[in-house]
Write a protein that binds this ligand. Structure first.
Ligand code: NAD
Length: 499
Protein backbone atom coordinates (compact mmCIF):
# COMPACT_ATOMS: atom_id res chain seq x y z
CA UNK A 1 0.00 0.00 0.00
CA UNK A 2 1.54 3.36 -0.94
CA UNK A 3 1.85 5.85 1.88
CA UNK A 4 -0.93 8.07 0.62
CA UNK A 5 -3.41 5.28 0.22
CA UNK A 6 -6.16 5.15 2.77
CA UNK A 7 -8.20 2.43 1.14
CA UNK A 8 -10.17 0.55 3.78
CA UNK A 9 -10.62 -3.17 3.72
CA UNK A 10 -13.90 -4.55 2.47
CA UNK A 11 -15.30 -5.10 5.96
CA UNK A 12 -13.59 -2.05 7.47
CA UNK A 13 -11.99 -3.97 10.28
CA UNK A 14 -8.29 -3.33 9.95
CA UNK A 15 -6.17 -0.75 11.61
CA UNK A 16 -4.17 0.96 8.90
CA UNK A 17 -0.45 0.72 9.01
CA UNK A 18 1.24 2.97 8.02
CA UNK A 19 -1.03 5.79 9.11
CA UNK A 20 -2.93 7.88 6.59
CA UNK A 21 -0.88 10.93 5.75
CA UNK A 22 -1.78 14.50 4.85
CA UNK A 23 -1.72 15.88 1.32
CA UNK A 24 0.66 18.83 1.14
CA UNK A 25 2.14 20.14 -2.10
CA UNK A 26 1.13 17.01 -3.98
CA UNK A 27 2.92 14.73 -1.52
CA UNK A 28 1.53 12.47 1.20
CA UNK A 29 3.28 13.41 4.42
CA UNK A 30 3.22 12.49 8.10
CA UNK A 31 2.78 15.36 10.53
CA UNK A 32 5.93 17.32 11.40
CA UNK A 33 5.53 16.14 14.99
CA UNK A 34 5.08 12.53 13.92
CA UNK A 35 1.96 12.27 16.06
CA UNK A 36 -1.23 10.52 14.93
CA UNK A 37 -4.82 10.08 16.07
CA UNK A 38 -7.19 7.13 15.77
CA UNK A 39 -10.37 6.99 13.73
CA UNK A 40 -13.06 4.63 14.99
CA UNK A 41 -15.83 2.75 13.25
CA UNK A 42 -18.91 4.05 15.10
CA UNK A 43 -20.92 0.95 14.28
CA UNK A 44 -18.65 -1.15 16.54
CA UNK A 45 -17.62 0.54 19.78
CA UNK A 46 -13.88 0.78 20.22
CA UNK A 47 -12.94 -0.58 16.80
CA UNK A 48 -10.10 1.52 15.42
CA UNK A 49 -10.04 1.55 11.62
CA UNK A 50 -7.24 3.98 10.92
CA UNK A 51 -4.42 6.05 12.32
CA UNK A 52 -4.19 9.49 10.78
CA UNK A 53 -1.49 12.16 10.94
CA UNK A 54 -2.14 14.64 13.76
CA UNK A 55 -1.25 18.02 12.29
CA UNK A 56 -0.54 21.30 14.02
CA UNK A 57 0.66 24.79 13.19
CA UNK A 58 3.86 23.52 11.54
CA UNK A 59 1.87 21.42 9.08
CA UNK A 60 -0.48 24.33 8.42
CA UNK A 61 2.57 26.44 7.62
CA UNK A 62 3.77 23.93 5.03
CA UNK A 63 0.33 23.53 3.47
CA UNK A 64 -0.42 27.24 3.20
CA UNK A 65 3.03 27.89 1.72
CA UNK A 66 2.39 25.17 -0.88
CA UNK A 67 -1.05 26.58 -1.70
CA UNK A 68 0.37 30.10 -2.02
CA UNK A 69 3.12 28.88 -4.36
CA UNK A 70 0.64 26.89 -6.48
CA UNK A 71 -1.66 29.92 -6.71
CA UNK A 72 0.90 31.85 -8.72
CA UNK A 73 0.45 29.51 -11.68
CA UNK A 74 -3.03 28.07 -11.07
CA UNK A 75 -4.62 31.52 -11.23
CA UNK A 76 -3.22 31.95 -14.73
CA UNK A 77 -4.48 28.65 -16.14
CA UNK A 78 -7.12 28.86 -18.83
CA UNK A 79 -10.76 28.14 -18.11
CA UNK A 80 -10.52 25.03 -20.28
CA UNK A 81 -7.66 23.63 -18.17
CA UNK A 82 -9.54 24.18 -14.94
CA UNK A 83 -12.84 22.96 -16.40
CA UNK A 84 -11.23 19.77 -17.74
CA UNK A 85 -9.62 19.06 -14.37
CA UNK A 86 -12.91 19.42 -12.49
CA UNK A 87 -14.79 17.25 -14.98
CA UNK A 88 -12.04 14.61 -14.77
CA UNK A 89 -12.39 14.62 -10.96
CA UNK A 90 -16.16 14.21 -11.35
CA UNK A 91 -15.66 11.28 -13.72
CA UNK A 92 -13.22 9.54 -11.40
CA UNK A 93 -15.60 10.08 -8.51
CA UNK A 94 -18.26 8.35 -10.55
CA UNK A 95 -16.07 5.37 -11.40
CA UNK A 96 -14.43 5.03 -7.95
CA UNK A 97 -17.52 6.08 -6.05
CA UNK A 98 -18.12 2.73 -4.39
CA UNK A 99 -14.76 2.73 -2.63
CA UNK A 100 -15.32 6.24 -1.37
CA UNK A 101 -18.85 5.41 -0.24
CA UNK A 102 -17.53 2.48 1.79
CA UNK A 103 -14.87 4.68 3.38
CA UNK A 104 -17.60 7.16 4.30
CA UNK A 105 -19.82 4.43 5.73
CA UNK A 106 -16.88 3.00 7.66
CA UNK A 107 -15.89 6.18 9.44
CA UNK A 108 -19.29 7.88 9.91
CA UNK A 109 -21.78 5.01 10.20
CA UNK A 110 -23.72 6.36 7.22
CA UNK A 111 -25.87 3.63 5.68
CA UNK A 112 -24.29 2.64 2.38
CA UNK A 113 -27.52 2.49 0.34
CA UNK A 114 -29.48 5.42 1.71
CA UNK A 115 -26.71 7.86 2.56
CA UNK A 116 -23.11 7.03 1.66
CA UNK A 117 -23.60 6.27 -2.05
CA UNK A 118 -25.98 9.20 -2.65
CA UNK A 119 -23.51 11.55 -0.96
CA UNK A 120 -20.64 10.46 -3.19
CA UNK A 121 -22.88 10.76 -6.26
CA UNK A 122 -23.73 14.32 -5.15
CA UNK A 123 -20.03 15.04 -4.66
CA UNK A 124 -19.36 14.06 -8.29
CA UNK A 125 -22.26 16.24 -9.46
CA UNK A 126 -20.85 19.25 -7.62
CA UNK A 127 -17.49 18.91 -9.39
CA UNK A 128 -19.25 18.41 -12.72
CA UNK A 129 -21.45 21.47 -12.18
CA UNK A 130 -18.61 23.85 -11.33
CA UNK A 131 -16.40 22.28 -14.00
CA UNK A 132 -18.92 23.50 -16.57
CA UNK A 133 -18.84 27.07 -15.29
CA UNK A 134 -15.17 28.00 -15.51
CA UNK A 135 -15.73 29.97 -18.73
CA UNK A 136 -18.22 32.24 -17.02
CA UNK A 137 -15.90 34.36 -14.88
CA UNK A 138 -16.75 37.43 -16.87
CA UNK A 139 -16.17 41.09 -16.08
CA UNK A 140 -18.08 44.23 -17.01
CA UNK A 141 -17.31 47.53 -18.70
CA UNK A 142 -18.35 50.89 -17.31
CA UNK A 143 -19.23 53.69 -19.78
CA UNK A 144 -17.00 56.55 -18.58
CA UNK A 145 -16.87 58.31 -21.96
CA UNK A 146 -15.56 57.71 -25.48
CA UNK A 147 -11.92 58.19 -24.54
CA UNK A 148 -12.01 55.84 -21.59
CA UNK A 149 -12.04 52.11 -21.18
CA UNK A 150 -13.09 51.00 -17.72
CA UNK A 151 -13.53 47.31 -17.12
CA UNK A 152 -13.66 44.80 -14.27
CA UNK A 153 -11.93 41.48 -13.87
CA UNK A 154 -13.08 38.62 -11.65
CA UNK A 155 -9.90 37.63 -9.84
CA UNK A 156 -9.47 34.73 -7.40
CA UNK A 157 -8.67 35.58 -3.77
CA UNK A 158 -5.64 33.32 -3.38
CA UNK A 159 -5.35 30.70 -0.65
CA UNK A 160 -8.71 29.56 0.73
CA UNK A 161 -8.96 27.96 4.19
CA UNK A 162 -11.81 25.44 4.29
CA UNK A 163 -12.90 23.84 7.56
CA UNK A 164 -15.52 21.08 7.38
CA UNK A 165 -17.46 18.89 9.84
CA UNK A 166 -17.99 15.13 9.92
CA UNK A 167 -21.62 14.76 8.97
CA UNK A 168 -21.31 14.92 5.16
CA UNK A 169 -17.55 15.24 4.69
CA UNK A 170 -17.38 14.56 0.95
CA UNK A 171 -20.17 16.78 -0.35
CA UNK A 172 -19.48 19.59 2.12
CA UNK A 173 -15.81 19.60 1.06
CA UNK A 174 -16.81 19.53 -2.61
CA UNK A 175 -19.05 22.57 -2.06
CA UNK A 176 -15.86 24.43 -1.12
CA UNK A 177 -13.11 22.82 -3.24
CA UNK A 178 -14.94 22.82 -6.58
CA UNK A 179 -16.02 26.49 -6.80
CA UNK A 180 -12.79 27.70 -5.18
CA UNK A 181 -10.43 25.99 -7.63
CA UNK A 182 -12.79 26.54 -10.60
CA UNK A 183 -12.35 30.27 -9.98
CA UNK A 184 -8.53 29.96 -9.83
CA UNK A 185 -7.96 29.82 -6.06
CA UNK A 186 -5.95 27.18 -4.24
CA UNK A 187 -7.18 25.58 -1.03
CA UNK A 188 -6.17 24.01 2.27
CA UNK A 189 -8.89 21.82 3.78
CA UNK A 190 -9.17 20.79 7.38
CA UNK A 191 -11.54 17.86 7.88
CA UNK A 192 -13.01 16.84 11.23
CA UNK A 193 -10.95 14.43 13.34
CA UNK A 194 -14.11 12.34 13.36
CA UNK A 195 -14.20 11.89 9.57
CA UNK A 196 -10.86 12.61 7.90
CA UNK A 197 -10.64 9.48 5.71
CA UNK A 198 -13.28 10.38 3.14
CA UNK A 199 -11.80 13.85 2.68
CA UNK A 200 -8.32 12.35 2.24
CA UNK A 201 -9.71 9.89 -0.32
CA UNK A 202 -11.45 12.74 -2.14
CA UNK A 203 -8.20 14.72 -2.13
CA UNK A 204 -6.38 11.72 -3.61
CA UNK A 205 -8.79 11.81 -6.55
CA UNK A 206 -8.44 15.60 -6.90
CA UNK A 207 -4.66 15.33 -6.81
CA UNK A 208 -4.64 12.93 -9.75
CA UNK A 209 -5.98 15.72 -11.98
CA UNK A 210 -4.40 18.87 -10.50
CA UNK A 211 -0.98 20.46 -10.22
CA UNK A 212 0.65 19.99 -6.83
CA UNK A 213 -0.39 22.41 -4.10
CA UNK A 214 -3.76 23.37 -5.59
CA UNK A 215 -5.60 21.14 -3.09
CA UNK A 216 -4.00 20.39 0.28
CA UNK A 217 -5.40 18.63 3.34
CA UNK A 218 -4.18 19.04 6.92
CA UNK A 219 -5.71 16.67 9.45
CA UNK A 220 -6.00 17.43 13.16
CA UNK A 221 -8.14 19.18 15.72
CA UNK A 222 -9.85 22.54 15.53
CA UNK A 223 -7.48 24.08 18.03
CA UNK A 224 -4.29 22.60 16.54
CA UNK A 225 -5.09 22.99 12.84
CA UNK A 226 -8.35 24.91 12.32
CA UNK A 227 -7.37 28.02 14.25
CA UNK A 228 -3.80 28.35 12.89
CA UNK A 229 -5.15 27.80 9.40
CA UNK A 230 -7.90 30.42 9.63
CA UNK A 231 -5.46 32.88 11.23
CA UNK A 232 -2.65 32.36 8.74
CA UNK A 233 -1.56 35.65 7.13
CA UNK A 234 -1.48 34.14 3.62
CA UNK A 235 -5.07 32.90 3.84
CA UNK A 236 -7.32 35.30 1.92
CA UNK A 237 -10.71 33.66 2.36
CA UNK A 238 -12.26 31.48 5.07
CA UNK A 239 -15.09 29.08 4.39
CA UNK A 240 -16.50 27.09 7.29
CA UNK A 241 -19.24 24.54 7.88
CA UNK A 242 -19.93 23.47 11.44
CA UNK A 243 -21.63 24.58 14.59
CA UNK A 244 -22.64 28.12 15.40
CA UNK A 245 -20.20 28.66 18.29
CA UNK A 246 -17.20 27.63 16.18
CA UNK A 247 -18.52 29.89 13.42
CA UNK A 248 -18.58 32.84 15.82
CA UNK A 249 -14.97 32.19 16.86
CA UNK A 250 -13.88 32.05 13.22
CA UNK A 251 -15.75 35.25 12.41
CA UNK A 252 -13.67 37.01 15.07
CA UNK A 253 -10.52 35.68 13.41
CA UNK A 254 -11.76 36.89 10.02
CA UNK A 255 -12.66 40.31 11.45
CA UNK A 256 -9.19 40.74 12.93
CA UNK A 257 -7.60 40.28 9.52
CA UNK A 258 -10.46 41.72 7.38
CA UNK A 259 -10.76 38.46 5.50
CA UNK A 260 -14.11 37.43 3.97
CA UNK A 261 -15.78 34.45 5.65
CA UNK A 262 -18.61 32.21 4.57
CA UNK A 263 -20.26 30.40 7.48
CA UNK A 264 -22.66 27.44 7.14
CA UNK A 265 -23.86 26.78 10.67
CA UNK A 266 -26.45 24.89 12.68
CA UNK A 267 -30.22 24.66 12.45
CA UNK A 268 -33.44 23.71 14.25
CA UNK A 269 -35.71 23.81 11.28
CA UNK A 270 -39.52 23.68 11.38
CA UNK A 271 -41.73 21.29 9.40
CA UNK A 272 -45.18 22.86 9.23
CA UNK A 273 -48.11 20.55 8.37
CA UNK A 274 -51.56 21.98 7.61
CA UNK A 275 -54.82 20.10 8.27
CA UNK A 276 -55.26 19.28 4.55
CA UNK A 277 -52.10 17.14 4.50
CA UNK A 278 -52.84 14.11 6.64
CA UNK A 279 -51.59 11.51 4.19
CA UNK A 280 -48.71 9.07 3.66
CA UNK A 281 -47.02 11.26 1.03
CA UNK A 282 -46.60 13.97 3.67
CA UNK A 283 -45.59 11.45 6.36
CA UNK A 284 -42.79 10.27 4.06
CA UNK A 285 -41.93 13.89 3.37
CA UNK A 286 -41.66 14.72 7.07
CA UNK A 287 -39.37 11.68 7.51
CA UNK A 288 -37.23 12.86 4.59
CA UNK A 289 -37.16 16.42 5.96
CA UNK A 290 -35.97 15.12 9.32
CA UNK A 291 -33.17 13.28 7.46
CA UNK A 292 -33.94 10.19 9.54
CA UNK A 293 -31.91 7.96 7.21
CA UNK A 294 -28.93 10.17 8.06
CA UNK A 295 -29.69 9.65 11.75
CA UNK A 296 -30.92 13.27 11.76
CA UNK A 297 -27.29 14.41 11.52
CA UNK A 298 -28.03 17.11 9.02
CA UNK A 299 -27.96 20.86 9.48
CA UNK A 300 -31.18 21.14 7.45
CA UNK A 301 -33.10 18.50 9.46
CA UNK A 302 -36.75 19.53 9.94
CA UNK A 303 -36.54 18.64 13.62
CA UNK A 304 -39.51 20.65 14.93
CA UNK A 305 -42.75 19.19 13.58
CA UNK A 306 -45.71 21.57 13.91
CA UNK A 307 -48.81 19.46 13.21
CA UNK A 308 -52.27 21.00 12.90
CA UNK A 309 -54.25 19.87 15.94
CA UNK A 310 -57.10 18.37 13.84
CA UNK A 311 -54.74 15.76 12.37
CA UNK A 312 -52.30 15.39 15.24
CA UNK A 313 -53.30 11.89 16.44
CA UNK A 314 -53.90 10.41 13.02
CA UNK A 315 -50.68 11.81 11.50
CA UNK A 316 -48.61 10.69 14.49
CA UNK A 317 -49.88 7.15 14.26
CA UNK A 318 -48.95 6.97 10.54
CA UNK A 319 -45.55 8.47 11.32
CA UNK A 320 -44.94 5.88 14.04
CA UNK A 321 -45.91 3.03 11.71
CA UNK A 322 -43.62 4.23 8.94
CA UNK A 323 -40.63 4.87 11.23
CA UNK A 324 -40.98 1.53 13.00
CA UNK A 325 -40.59 -0.18 9.62
CA UNK A 326 -37.17 1.39 8.96
CA UNK A 327 -34.27 -0.95 9.58
CA UNK A 328 -31.52 0.37 11.84
CA UNK A 329 -28.29 -1.59 11.62
CA UNK A 330 -24.92 -2.31 10.02
CA UNK A 331 -24.11 0.63 7.72
CA UNK A 332 -22.61 -1.71 5.11
CA UNK A 333 -25.66 -3.98 4.92
CA UNK A 334 -27.69 -3.19 1.77
CA UNK A 335 -30.91 -3.82 3.70
CA UNK A 336 -30.13 -1.13 6.27
CA UNK A 337 -32.11 2.11 6.08
CA UNK A 338 -30.40 3.87 8.99
CA UNK A 339 -26.82 3.33 10.11
CA UNK A 340 -25.19 4.33 13.36
CA UNK A 341 -24.58 7.77 14.79
CA UNK A 342 -21.23 9.13 13.67
CA UNK A 343 -19.27 8.94 16.90
CA UNK A 344 -19.33 8.50 20.67
CA UNK A 345 -19.58 12.25 21.33
CA UNK A 346 -22.68 12.40 19.13
CA UNK A 347 -24.20 9.34 20.81
CA UNK A 348 -23.78 10.89 24.26
CA UNK A 349 -25.25 14.15 23.01
CA UNK A 350 -28.37 12.45 21.61
CA UNK A 351 -28.83 10.42 24.82
CA UNK A 352 -28.59 13.56 26.93
CA UNK A 353 -31.29 15.34 24.91
CA UNK A 354 -33.55 12.29 25.14
CA UNK A 355 -33.01 11.95 28.88
CA UNK A 356 -33.77 15.63 29.41
CA UNK A 357 -36.91 15.60 27.29
CA UNK A 358 -38.27 12.40 28.83
CA UNK A 359 -37.50 13.66 32.36
CA UNK A 360 -39.46 16.84 31.60
CA UNK A 361 -42.50 14.77 30.52
CA UNK A 362 -42.04 14.15 26.79
CA UNK A 363 -43.64 10.94 25.48
CA UNK A 364 -41.77 8.83 22.91
CA UNK A 365 -44.46 7.94 20.36
CA UNK A 366 -41.86 5.87 18.57
CA UNK A 367 -38.20 5.18 19.42
CA UNK A 368 -36.79 6.46 22.71
CA UNK A 369 -33.50 5.76 24.44
CA UNK A 370 -31.06 3.60 22.43
CA UNK A 371 -31.16 -0.12 23.26
CA UNK A 372 -28.86 -1.06 26.16
CA UNK A 373 -28.46 -4.66 24.94
CA UNK A 374 -28.66 -6.66 21.72
CA UNK A 375 -26.82 -6.09 18.43
CA UNK A 376 -27.46 -2.34 18.28
CA UNK A 377 -25.82 -1.82 21.68
CA UNK A 378 -22.53 -2.92 20.11
CA UNK A 379 -22.29 0.37 18.22
CA UNK A 380 -23.38 3.99 18.56
CA UNK A 381 -26.87 3.33 17.25
CA UNK A 382 -29.91 5.43 18.04
CA UNK A 383 -33.56 4.80 17.20
CA UNK A 384 -35.65 7.14 15.08
CA UNK A 385 -37.62 8.94 17.74
CA UNK A 386 -40.67 11.21 17.80
CA UNK A 387 -41.46 13.00 21.05
CA UNK A 388 -44.96 14.31 21.80
CA UNK A 389 -46.22 16.31 24.80
CA UNK A 390 -43.27 18.65 24.36
CA UNK A 391 -43.30 22.33 25.28
CA UNK A 392 -41.57 24.62 22.73
CA UNK A 393 -39.44 26.17 25.49
CA UNK A 394 -37.74 22.90 26.41
CA UNK A 395 -34.10 22.29 25.48
CA UNK A 396 -34.99 19.34 23.22
CA UNK A 397 -37.35 21.63 21.27
CA UNK A 398 -34.99 24.61 21.07
CA UNK A 399 -31.43 23.34 20.67
CA UNK A 400 -29.97 21.44 17.75
CA UNK A 401 -29.85 17.74 18.75
CA UNK A 402 -28.15 16.73 15.50
CA UNK A 403 -29.61 13.27 15.94
CA UNK A 404 -32.80 11.35 15.10
CA UNK A 405 -35.06 13.14 17.58
CA UNK A 406 -38.14 14.88 16.18
CA UNK A 407 -40.38 16.90 18.49
CA UNK A 408 -44.07 17.15 17.52
CA UNK A 409 -46.11 20.15 18.64
CA UNK A 410 -49.81 20.73 17.80
CA UNK A 411 -51.09 24.08 16.52
CA UNK A 412 -54.39 25.63 15.50
CA UNK A 413 -53.74 29.26 14.60
CA UNK A 414 -51.56 30.05 11.58
CA UNK A 415 -50.09 33.29 12.94
CA UNK A 416 -49.20 31.51 16.17
CA UNK A 417 -47.44 28.61 14.42
CA UNK A 418 -45.42 30.98 12.25
CA UNK A 419 -44.42 32.86 15.40
CA UNK A 420 -43.34 29.54 16.98
CA UNK A 421 -41.47 28.50 13.81
CA UNK A 422 -39.53 31.78 13.94
CA UNK A 423 -38.95 31.67 17.70
CA UNK A 424 -35.35 30.44 17.39
CA UNK A 425 -31.95 31.98 16.81
CA UNK A 426 -31.54 29.59 13.88
CA UNK A 427 -32.86 30.14 10.36
CA UNK A 428 -31.46 27.50 8.04
CA UNK A 429 -34.34 25.57 6.45
CA UNK A 430 -38.10 25.03 6.69
CA UNK A 431 -40.65 22.62 5.21
CA UNK A 432 -44.30 23.49 4.57
CA UNK A 433 -46.91 20.88 3.76
CA UNK A 434 -50.28 22.04 2.36
CA UNK A 435 -52.42 21.48 -0.73
CA UNK A 436 -53.26 25.19 -0.72
CA UNK A 437 -50.23 26.63 -2.52
CA UNK A 438 -51.22 30.24 -1.92
CA UNK A 439 -51.31 29.63 1.81
CA UNK A 440 -48.03 27.69 1.71
CA UNK A 441 -46.33 30.49 -0.20
CA UNK A 442 -47.61 33.12 2.25
CA UNK A 443 -46.15 31.06 5.10
CA UNK A 444 -42.88 30.62 3.15
CA UNK A 445 -42.51 34.38 2.91
CA UNK A 446 -43.12 34.80 6.65
CA UNK A 447 -40.73 32.10 7.88
CA UNK A 448 -37.19 33.24 8.59
CA UNK A 449 -35.03 30.62 6.90
CA UNK A 450 -32.53 30.48 4.06
CA UNK A 451 -34.15 27.54 2.23
CA UNK A 452 -37.85 26.71 2.32
CA UNK A 453 -39.30 23.65 0.64
CA UNK A 454 -43.01 23.28 -0.03
CA UNK A 455 -44.48 19.78 -0.33
CA UNK A 456 -41.07 18.22 -0.74
CA UNK A 457 -37.90 17.66 1.28
CA UNK A 458 -35.07 17.22 -1.18
CA UNK A 459 -31.37 17.50 -0.56
CA UNK A 460 -29.19 20.40 -1.70
CA UNK A 461 -28.51 20.19 -5.44
CA UNK A 462 -25.74 21.93 -7.35
CA UNK A 463 -27.18 25.28 -8.40
CA UNK A 464 -29.10 25.86 -5.18
CA UNK A 465 -28.48 28.93 -3.08
CA UNK A 466 -27.88 27.20 0.24
CA UNK A 467 -27.27 28.91 3.56
CA UNK A 468 -28.82 30.28 6.69
CA UNK A 469 -30.47 33.39 8.05
CA UNK A 470 -29.92 34.59 11.64
CA UNK A 471 -27.33 32.47 13.49
CA UNK A 472 -27.48 29.67 10.91
CA UNK A 473 -24.86 31.36 8.83
CA UNK A 474 -23.43 34.11 6.74
CA UNK A 475 -23.35 33.89 2.96
CA UNK A 476 -24.49 31.06 0.71
CA UNK A 477 -23.02 28.06 -1.07
CA UNK A 478 -23.93 25.96 -4.07
CA UNK A 479 -24.64 28.10 -7.12
CA UNK A 480 -22.74 29.76 -9.94
CA UNK A 481 -23.49 33.23 -8.55
CA UNK A 482 -22.12 32.12 -5.20
CA UNK A 483 -18.92 30.92 -6.84
CA UNK A 484 -18.47 34.48 -8.10
CA UNK A 485 -19.42 36.01 -4.76
CA UNK A 486 -17.38 33.71 -2.53
CA UNK A 487 -14.34 32.93 -4.59
CA UNK A 488 -13.62 35.98 -6.74
CA UNK A 489 -13.09 39.65 -6.13
CA UNK A 490 -13.66 42.40 -8.68
CA UNK A 491 -10.79 44.51 -9.86
CA UNK A 492 -11.53 47.66 -11.82
CA UNK A 493 -9.07 48.79 -14.50
CA UNK A 494 -9.59 52.24 -16.01
CA UNK A 495 -7.63 53.25 -19.11
CA UNK A 496 -7.38 56.57 -20.87
CA UNK A 497 -7.26 55.40 -24.49
CA UNK A 498 -6.52 58.90 -25.86
CA UNK A 499 -3.56 60.03 -23.74
P1 NAD B 1 -17.74 21.80 14.82
O1 NAD B 1 -17.96 23.28 14.66
O2 NAD B 1 -17.43 21.27 16.16
O3 NAD B 1 -16.55 21.33 13.87
C1 NAD B 1 -16.53 21.65 12.50
C2 NAD B 1 -15.08 21.77 12.05
O4 NAD B 1 -14.51 22.88 12.73
C3 NAD B 1 -14.22 20.56 12.43
O5 NAD B 1 -13.29 20.33 11.40
C4 NAD B 1 -13.54 21.02 13.70
O6 NAD B 1 -12.33 20.36 13.96
C5 NAD B 1 -13.33 22.48 13.41
N1 NAD B 1 -13.18 23.32 14.60
C6 NAD B 1 -13.72 23.12 15.82
N2 NAD B 1 -13.35 24.11 16.66
C7 NAD B 1 -12.57 24.96 15.94
C8 NAD B 1 -11.91 26.18 16.24
N3 NAD B 1 -11.98 26.74 17.43
N4 NAD B 1 -11.21 26.78 15.25
C9 NAD B 1 -11.16 26.25 14.01
N5 NAD B 1 -11.75 25.10 13.67
C10 NAD B 1 -12.47 24.46 14.62
O7 NAD B 1 -19.03 21.11 14.19
P2 NAD B 1 -19.32 19.54 14.09
O8 NAD B 1 -19.82 19.05 15.40
O9 NAD B 1 -18.17 18.86 13.46
O10 NAD B 1 -20.50 19.52 13.03
C11 NAD B 1 -21.84 19.62 13.34
C12 NAD B 1 -22.36 21.03 13.15
O11 NAD B 1 -22.17 21.44 11.79
C13 NAD B 1 -23.84 21.15 13.41
O12 NAD B 1 -24.10 22.32 14.16
C14 NAD B 1 -24.44 21.28 12.01
O13 NAD B 1 -25.68 21.93 11.97
C15 NAD B 1 -23.37 22.05 11.30
N6 NAD B 1 -23.50 21.87 9.85
C16 NAD B 1 -23.93 22.93 9.11
C17 NAD B 1 -24.11 22.77 7.74
C18 NAD B 1 -24.60 23.91 6.88
O14 NAD B 1 -24.42 23.84 5.66
N7 NAD B 1 -25.21 24.94 7.43
C19 NAD B 1 -23.85 21.54 7.13
C20 NAD B 1 -23.41 20.48 7.94
C21 NAD B 1 -23.24 20.66 9.31
Amino acid sequence: MDRGTIRLEENVTQTLNPPAHMLIDGTWLPSVSGRTFSVEDPSVRGRVIAEVARGDGDDVERAVAAAAAAFRTWRKTTWTQRGRALIAIAEQLETSGEELARTLAGETGAAIRTQARPEIALTAEIFRYFGGLTSQLKGETTPLGEGMLSYTRREPWGVVAAIVPWNAPASLSAHKIAPAIAAGNTIVIKPSVEAPLTVLALARICQAHLPKGVVNVVTGSGADVGMPLASHPLVRKITFTGNTDTGKALLHVAADRIVPATLELGGKSPSLVYADSDDMRVVDGVIAAMRFTRQGQSCSAGSRLFLHQDIFGSFMSKLATRLSALKVGDPLDEATDIGSLANKRQFERVCSFLEDGIAQGARAVVGGMPPASGPLAAGYYALPTVLADVTPAWRVAREEVFGPVLVAIPWKDEDEVIRLANDTHYGLAAYIWSRDLGRALRAAHEIEAGWIQINQAGKVQPGHFFGGQKQSGLGREGSFEIMLENYTQRKNVTVNIEP
